[in-house]
Design a protein around this ligand. Structure first.
Ligand SMILES: [Zn+2]
Ligand SMILES: [Zn+2]
Length: 273
């Protein structure tokens, strides 16, 4: 397991290494470029401090544990997310070195690494067109014994993602007041999120509008009685399935459109029966 990880890391972007190589191109250095590359590469690995390496290990450990719970999160997504959290571990130090702002919100990273890797999982999933809500992450985290509100996961997640973006663009958006703007975002109710999720599934399946309305009514009824403990997409998919199962739509098609398992839909529908 250690070997492919190392390869991922070596293949991953290292901004400082790239810069050094660019400098080398314009410099007067002699010797084959492959040798220079190898030297720069060796240098870039020794450059990472023990503290950053420990943070990388912590992030990757938490990432793997959480990703394991998310069935539609593929191994390709995991590889990409591993690269991102390793960069993030470097970026946290990089920002602290470069930032001159008193009370910068990007310095307030969480003690608990799960809170920061959750948002990286969400961002990576989004890149691969897999939609994950913070409320979904809350459910997945609860399954591994990590109890945090969706709001808290989003708050720390935004800090992590902003640090990562700053590192990737070599320009940190430091702002002591930025989190005030962030919390001004309208908050969706549970029913809103389920309804949005169901609409996305309906659109993917090309279901007619009257069917969508019936599905929304199912969700309203479930909401009145209380939703089962499951992810947004699974509950939305179960509501869709409850309406379309008698209309010749395959369960597999619903599961694919929702990005969840057929078993999950089945169990969730039973809970609402
Ligand atoms: Zn700053
Ligand atoms: Zn800053």
């Amino acid at each position: 397991m250690a070997e492919p990880e190392k390869r991922n890391f070596d293949d991953g972007p290292d901004h400082r290494r790239t810069e050094r190589l660019r400098e080398g191109e314009t410099g007067t250095g002699v010797g084959p470029s492959a040798l220079k590359y190898a030297a720069a590469r060796a240098e870039s690995t020794t450059e990472i401090s023990a503290a950053v390496k420990a943070r990388q290990q912590r992030y990757v450990g938490c990432l793997r544990k959480l990703a394991d719970e998310i069935e539609p999160f593929s191994s390709v997504m995991l590889e990409s997310a591993v690269r991102s959290v390793r960069d993030l571990a470097i970026a946290v130090d990089d920002h602290r070195k470069k930032c001159k702002c008193a009370g910068c919100r990007l310095r307030k990273t969480p003690q608990n690494a799960f809170l920061i890797v959750a948002a990286v999982i969400r961002r990576t999933a989004q890149h691969y067109k897999l939609h994950l809500e913070y409320s979904d992450l809350q459910v997945y985290l609860e399954r591994i014994g990590e109890s945090h509100s969706a709001r808290k996961i989003r708050h720390y997640g935004n800090i992590g993602i902003d640090i990562l973006k700053g590192y990737e663009e070599d320009c940190y958006g430091c702002d002591a007041n930025a989190e005030i703007r962030m919390t001004d975002e309208p908050t969706l109710t549970m029913l809103d999120r389920m309804t949005q999720g169901a609409t996305r599934i309906c659109e993917a399946l090309g279901l007619p509008y009257p069917t969508q309305v019936r599905i929304h009514d199912v969700l309203k009824a479930w909401n009145a009685r209380g939703f089962a403990s499951s992810t947004t997409s699974t509950i939305a998919a179960a509501a869709v399935w409850s309406v379309v199962k008698s209309e010749g739509v395959e369960l597999d098609a619903v599961a694919n459109a929702a990005g969840c398992s057929t078993g999950g839909i089945y169990t969730t529908l039973k809970k609402h029966a």
